[in-house]
Write a protein of this length. Structure first.
Length: 431
C-alpha cells in the first residue's frame, strides 16, 4: 500500500453530536454546541502535541446557518432547509501527521477531514472557507465568529486577505458553472461520488433534483458493475464474507455496537484506498432499500423475514445468489453482514419459513462470530463436533466462547476476523 504523506494542513468538518466523536468526553461537544469552541480546540491541540505534532495555526467556527437545497415534489420546485449544526476546524502544521493517523488521534472518520488542494492557494482557500468569503451563494459568517487558538488572529487575516478572496469568487463561480449532468454521471460511474455526497452537497443536489432518474440510473449501473466485481473476487477466493450475529435484550446496546463496528470497518477500508457504504435495513422488507452497499446491517430483523433458503444464500461466505422474487431477485453483494436480534441464532433461524427442510447446522457454520450482550460482552465462534449415530459419523456445530470483556476488546476481535477474511493488513489493527 502506498505510504501516506504527512499533512501540512487540514480542515475538519463535523456535526456537534457525540456519535460523531469517538472517545470524546461529552463536555467538549456540549460546550462547542453551546458556542464555546475553546475547550474543544485546546483538547485537539493537546492530543496532537502528545503525538509529536507541532501546530502553527488553529482556528474554528461553528456553522449553524448553512442551507441545503432540496426538491419539493408537491410544489415541483426546490426549497431550502437548514443543515445540521457543525464545526469547521482548520489546523496548520509545522510538523504534521498522515490523514489516517490524524483521524485516529482525533477520533473522527477520515472522510470528515479535508486536505488542502495542491497549489499555493490551497491553505488560503481553507482560511476563506471558514466564513465562506469565496462562496457568494452560501451564508456569509462574520470573521468575529472565528476562534483563534494559535497563529495570527483570524480577524487580522481576514482584513488582509478579504479583497483577494472576494475577487476569487468570480473564478470559483465560473468553475462551478461547469458542474454539469455529464460530469456528475461520469464521477458516479467512476465511483468518485457516493449517493450520500450527492444528497448532502448543494451543487450536486441541484443537478440531482432536476435529473433524478438519470442519476439514479447511473448509481444503479455503478452498483451493478461493483456487484459483479464482488462476485468475481469471491469466485477467485480473494476474500470471504464476514457474518456477525449480535444478540441481547432490548436496549442492551446491540445497535450501538454494530454501528461502532461499521465505522471501524469503513475506516479500515478507507485506509485500503476504498470507500465503503453501509445500508441499515428495516425489520420487515429487509432488502427494499438495499442497493449493493458493502456493509449490510440487518437491525432488529426477524428470522421469518426471509425463507430458510434465502438466509442460506445470503450468508454463504463464498457465493452471491439472487434473493427471492419478493425482492425482485436482488443480489446480496455485501462483503460484511451484521444481524442484530433479541433472540439467539438457533431460535432466530428456526422461525424462517421452510426451516424444517434444512440442516440447522448450516445456519450456524455460516456465521463468523456471535456477540452476546448481557452484563458484559461475550464473543463466540462456530465449533464443529463429530458424533456417531448408528455407526454413521455426523457433524454438528455449537458456539464456543473465545473472548469476554468490554466492548472495545470484542470489537478488536471482530475486526481481526474481518481483516483475515478480506486478506488485508491494517496499521491500526495488526494484532
Amino acid at each position: 500500500m502506498k505510504k501516506q504523506a504527512k499533512l501540512t494542513c487540514a480542515m475538519i468538518v463535523q456535526q456537534l453530536e457525540k456519535d460523531f466523536w469517538l472517545n470524546w468526553d461529552n463536555f467538549f461537544i456540549d460546550q462547542a454546541r453551546e458556542g464555546d469552541l475553546i475547550p474543544l480546540l485546546e483538547e485537539i491541540e493537546k492530543r496532537l502535541v502528545s503525538h509529536n505534532c507541532i501546530i502553527s495555526e488553529l482556528y474554528a467556527i461553528k456553522h449553524d446557518k448553512d442551507k441545503l437545497v432540496i426538491w419539493n415534489e408537491e410544489e415541483k420546485s426546490t426549497i431550502e432547509e437548514l443543515k445540521a449544526s457543525h464545526v469547521h476546524i482548520l489546523i496548520k502544521f509545522e510538523k504534521g501527521t498522515t490523514l489516517s493517523q490524524l483521524a485516529y488521534i482525533l477520533g473522527i472518520e477520515a472522510q470528515y477531514i479535508e486536505k488542502a488542494k495542491s497549489g499555493r492557494y490551497g491553505y488560503d482557500n481553507l482560511l476563506a472557507y471558514l466564513v465562506h468569503s469565496k462562496d457568494k451563494a452560501k451564508f456569509q459568517y462574520s470573521p468575529n465568529e472565528v476562534i483563534t487558538l494559535k497563529g495570527e488572529d483570524y480577524l487580522s487575516v481576514y482584513n488582509r486577505r478579504k479583497q483577494i478572496w472576494f475577487k476569487g469568487r468570480a473564478t470559483k463561480e465560473a468553475k462551478e458553472a461547469n458542474l454539469s449532468l455529464d460530469y456528475v454521471i461520469s464521477e458516479i460511474l467512476e465511483g468518485h461520488i457516493t449517493k450520500s455526497q450527492v444528497l448532502l452537497t448543494n451543487d450536486y443536489y441541484k443537478v440531482y433534483a432536476l435529473n433524478q432518474r438519470k442519476i439514479e440510473d447511473a448509481f444503479a449501473a455503478y452498483q451493478e458493475k461493483k456487484g459483479f466485481v464482488t462476485i468475481q473476487s469471491l469466485e477467485n477466493r480473494e476474500f470471504r464474507k464476514t457474518i456477525i450475529f449480535i444478540t441481547g435484550k432490548t436496549a442492551s446496546g446491540k445497535t450501538s455496537l454494530a454501528k461502532e463496528i461499521i465505522k471501524s470497518i469503513k475506516d479500515i477500508a478507507f485506509r485500503q484506498g476504498e470507500t465503503w457504504e453501509h445500508c441499515i435495513t428495516a425489520s420487515t422488507n429487509s432488502f427494499d432499500n438495499y442497493n449493493g452497499q458493502e456493509i449490510l446491517f440487518m437491525d432488529d430483523v426477524r428470522g421469518y423475514g426471509l425463507t430458510a433458503t434465502d438466509w442460506l444464500k445470503l450468508l454463504d461466505p463464498y457465493n452471491i445468489s439472487p434473493i427471492s422474487a419478493r425482492y425482485k431477485n436482488k443480489l446480496g453483494y455485501a462483503k460484511v453482514i451484521i444481524i442484530a436480534s433479541s433472540v439467539e441464532p438457533s431460535l432466530f433461524f428456526h422461525s424462517a419459513k421452510n426451516y424444517h427442510y434444512e440442516d440447522p447446522s448450516q445456519f450456524i457454520r455460516r456465521l463468523d462470530a456471535l456477540v452476546k450482550i448481557d452484563t458484559t460482552y461475550q464473543l463466540s465462534i462456530p465449533h464443529k463436533i463429530q458424533m456417531v449415530n448408528h455407526s454413521e459419523m455426523l457433524s454438528d456445530y455449537y458456539f464456543k466462547n473465545i473472548a469476554k470483556g468490554k466492548h472495545e476488546k470484542i470489537i478488536q476481535k471482530v475486526l481481526s476476523m474481518f481483516l483475515k477474511n478480506m486478506k488485508w493488513k491494517d496499521e491500526k489493527n495488526n494484532n
